[in-house]
Write a protein that binds this ligand. Sequence first.
Ligand code: NDP
Length: 299
Amino acid sequence: MKTLDDKTIAAIRSHVESKKVTLGDGTVVPQLGQGTWFMGENPRVKEQEIQALQLGIELGMTLIDTAEMYGEGGAELLVGEAIKGLRDNVFLVSKVYPHNSGLSSIAHACEQSLQHLGTDRLDLYLLHWRGGIPLEETINGMEQLKKEGKILRWGVSNLDTADMEELVSAPQGKNCVTNQVLYHLGSRGIEFDLLPWQREQNMPIMAYCPLAQGGTLRKQIMTNSTINEIAKAHHVKPLQIALAWALRTNDVIAIPKAVQQEHVIENATAASIQLTQVDLDKLDQVFPKPRKKTHLDIV
Ligand code: NDP
């Protein structure tokens, strides 16, 4: 296992910490966090996963995204172990299944998540995707959890523009602080309308799959000659360029998931990459912006 010296850790962390995003309610959070999908499912890699999250925290990636769905509580339990003694250093995000997002079920689901995570509050609770329960009912449930101090704020995930418009026009719907959606260099559909609409609302996007695990074009991102050239010029790897691209503005949070230590370090290091306008223009040519409305990418 590679060990980083204190000076290197401090240097990487200072770049990560320099990148912040302001949520819809004014809360400032790290722009670069960590995902946890598929963690907590295999006991043989449990220690490696815990160490990866802890290294990520040490490197400044203190926003951690999880969900009751991941490993059916397994990922939350793992995160709970990883953040033991570190709770106050972390901005903790979890998600409720749509079928648990009704008034009678959300309190229980949240309580379960809190127990798994070994904490008394979530910093952010998201509706994982829209299901059959009316958005108004979920909003009421979220607001009730806020009143009880179980969650500090709430948001949604996988909602496209029409759903978001409906959400914010419901009573207290404007209290939604973010929408977590699939977004990466190869999946830019949200730039057509959802991203500009959220910008108007001062509601940042939380980009999942920023390393293109889902959506399209991961292979192209890794093999494309332009991105390889840009990576070479910055002395980094193509996926680090993809991550730096996701971080190019100050209103998109990115939550890459990494278990391999090398990946955690590469991801944190992406915060120090300064893409030039020329780099961005070249990337636009190879991975163009959308010219028309497309369905929201999901995994
Ligand atoms: P990512 O795009 O983050 O990719 C994760 C994959 O990339 C893993 O296989 C990981 O490998 C690998 N990887 C990580 N860093 C590097 C690197 N530097 N170089 C090469 N490979 C790397 O995909 P995810 O689907 O995990 O998305 C991120 C997070 O977003 C999830 O973990 C989850 O928290 C959230 N999410 C939310 C969804 C939603 O519906 N709201 C849907 C999907 C994800 P390894 O682990 O072996 O290091």
